[in-house]
Design a protein around this ligand. Structure first.
Ligand code: IPD
Ligand code: CA
Length: 274
């Protein structure tokens, strides 16, 4: 039995409580798929309800902390050092389509640094949790990033921009560079779970651009505590501000970063010639 800090228990209990309604709603979405109205409105209300439960529970336990929430935005607290960063459903498109791959993500920031995070995938009851200096876990099991050292044996996850999002040409360049060197690329549709899976060693790395703080806050501490590296595209730690993330095990994060930077330089050179 592992001993967890009080704050992690607060975060995990809040997520489990919020997940009860979410799982019920997911069952309902599967029925709504075939209805004429479609499930979209229903999903946004599931998002709001989940966020409300998380906020209530976290506020009850730590009344002064601020919030940054996907739905509710920024809400300041009396305690200026601490802020919860919340995504009530990461993987909303999967949820909407009845695909059981989505998660609740809660990160805790102290003075600009993420110090704890939970990512809860309720369909398979996978609770990923991590606290700075105390390791990363999946339920009761300690996590460690994968040990693969060779690019051509590695698989990577990413996020694909879609209609209305910028960065299509850049993304195609990134994929061309990475796919030519690795064993496979995946697009699962939840950034939070992508980072949790890197921490769990299920794949070697993950990168994405145009991402929001609530997608990645909890995942950053998860990967780091599992022995992996997470940076922005410049190899620095401005992931939340820049909305970009490159995460991988300790052997492959730099090589992945180098491929992505090469793709960027190639696109910039092409644009300069045009
Ligand atoms: C999205 C997911 C997806 C990523 C998108 C995010 P949402 O979050 O994390 O994997 O590619 O960039 O916006 O909309 O499902 O909360
Ligand atoms: Ca999200």
């Amino acid at each position: 039995m592992i001993v967890r800090s009080a704050i992690l228990n607060v975060m995990m209990n809040a997520a489990r409580k919020a997940a009860r309604g979410l799982v019920r709603d997911f069952g309902e979405v599967e029925n709504l798929q075939v209805s004429l109205k479609g499930p979209s409105d229903f999903v946004s209300s599931a998002d709001l309800k989940t966020e409300k439960v998380l906020r209530q529970e976290l506020q009850k336990a730590r009344p002064g902390f601020g919030f940054l929430m996907e739905e509710g935005g920024e809400v300041g607290g009396d305690d200026k050092s601490h802020r919860w960063i919340i995504d009530p459903i990461d993987g909303t498109t999967n949820f909407l389509h009845g695909i059981p791959h989505f998660a609740i993500s809660v990160g805790l920031e102290r003075d600009g640094e993420i110090i704890a995070g939970i990512i809860y995938e309720p369909v398979h009851d996978e609770m990923f949790h991590a606290e700075k200096g105390a390791g990363a876990y999946l339920n009761e099991r300690r996590l460690r990033v994968s040990a693969r050292r060779k690019m051509d044996e590695a698989i990577f996850a990413t996020g694909i921009p879609f209609k209305g999002r910028p960065g299509h040409a850049q993304f195609l360049g990134d994929v061309a560079a990475v796919m030519a060197n690795c064993a496979g690329i995946r697009r699962f549709g939840s950034a939070a779970l992508d980072l949790a899976y890197v921490a769990a060693g299920r794949y070697e790395g993950y990168w994405e651009e145009g991402i929001r703080p609530w997608d990645i806050a909890a995942g950053i501490v998860m990967v780091r505590e599992a022995g992996g590296y997470v940076t922005d595209l410049d190899g620095k730690s401005d992931m939340l501000a820049k909305g970009e993330v490159v995460a991988a095990n300790d052997h492959l994060q730099r090589p992945l970063l180098a491929l992505l930077r090469g793709a960027r330089d190639a696109l910039a050179a092409k644009d300069a010639r045009a």
